[in-house]
Ligand binder design. Sequence first.
Ligand SMILES: Cc1cc2nc3c(=O)[nH]c(=O)nc-3n(C[C@H](O)[C@H](O)[C@H](O)COP(=O)(O)OP(=O)(O)OC[C@H]3O[C@@H](n4cnc5c(N)ncnc54)[C@H](O)[C@@H]3O)c2cc1C
Length: 386
Amino acid sequence: MFDVVVVGAGPGGSITAKTCAENGLNVLLVEKRQEIGVPVRCAEGISKSALERFVEPKKFFISREVVGAKIYAPDGTEITLSEERAGNEVGYVLERKVFDRYLAKLASNAGAEVLVKTTAYAFERKDGIVRVKLRRMGEEWEVETKIVVGADGVESRVAKAFGIDTTLKPNELESCVQYLMTNIDFDPDYCHFWLGKSIAPGGYIWLFPKKVGANVGIGVMPSLAKRSPKEYLDDFVSERFPNGRIVELVAGAVPVCGEIESAVADNLMLVGDAARHADPITGGGIANAMKAGYYAGKVAVEAVKRGDFSKNFLKRYDKLWKDDFGKDLARKRKLQQKLIKMDDETLNKIFRSIPKNIKELSVRAIVLEIFKKHPKLLWDIKDLIL
Ligand SMILES: Cc1cc2nc3c(=O)[nH]c(=O)nc-3n(C[C@H](O)[C@H](O)[C@H](O)COP(=O)(O)OP(=O)(O)OC[C@H]3O[C@@H](n4cnc5c(N)ncnc54)[C@H](O)[C@@H]3O)c2cc1C
């Protein structure tokens, strides 16, 4: 009998398990993969402040530090943002193979039981508790728990098992492909982003520098893309990095649907990608997954103290994550819906209207400058940005 069973040892699950265990709960963290963090399905970027809110940065899980972001319009016009102004994905480029494992180790050190190569495949609620069926290498068994935390990523099955429909429509996700590339030429002090319907419909191409080489990837919105993300990425790579070598390939999806109504049910909380907590504009989800994991852990501790695992009680978790970043998800989803309609020529115009001598290059300052010159261009989305 556990107080909490956490399904999935990504950043969301490990921070949940750590928070619960530090506060004296009896926690089981299960991960279906045999190695935590492998294969990496991430460009591995996170802002310094987002990381440092939860973990002390360590050299062994940071692959590279960057000073900002360079963003390119379809015609190549470039703007540079400093790290503090570039959003939640720019600052550190992690080594997630090591980072995810480190977070799970912190959970284990705090007292959580961690099981790898273990899949939670069925859930049965009865008499106010949950029976979780687990499978590892052909062996099957059951554990009982008061609370399940579904931190099982974008393909979450836990949500459905508890009656929460988190199905994503083709315009609510980014379909991604990424290469780890070597033998390419780029400025390693920056993360780089290329925008444009012709380059990545409904998404963008990124380059995140690593100690050796860089993560070069693409996200496209399936409702807008005419080809597979790999085809768009291959076009870009063969033109820009003709001598580049691909040493790893990953594919994955990111939820970009914005804020969901609720991430709780009786005996259940969802965190991170399972709760669709990723940023609808950038697709970044590590920071919010860790925040959500922390809040879920705190609420689990209170629930166990009170002996109340009802949806009604667990709703305080909804309030915590919504107060922190829910509104931001909703606003960015609206903004994303406007931006994906923008054609390449408008994007070029916007980038070209940003003066080179602008002092404070924040998104707000840029928008104000564009407004002065072309009020019509951004009229529709001004309220979402300012
Ligand atoms: C190509 C790509 C690039 C990205 N780049 C960035 C980036 O640069 N910065 C950023 O912030 N975000 C990025 N993201 C998003 C980021 O990777 C996710 O938002 C983040 O990993 C979410 O963390 P999580 O803990 O919610 O889920 P995950 O990290 O997905 O972890 C879920 C875990 O649950 C396990 N699991 C699933 N089902 C079960 C089960 N039934 N039983 C046991 N275990 C199970 C999985 O194996 C997995 O380990 C990117 C995503 C993709 C696809």
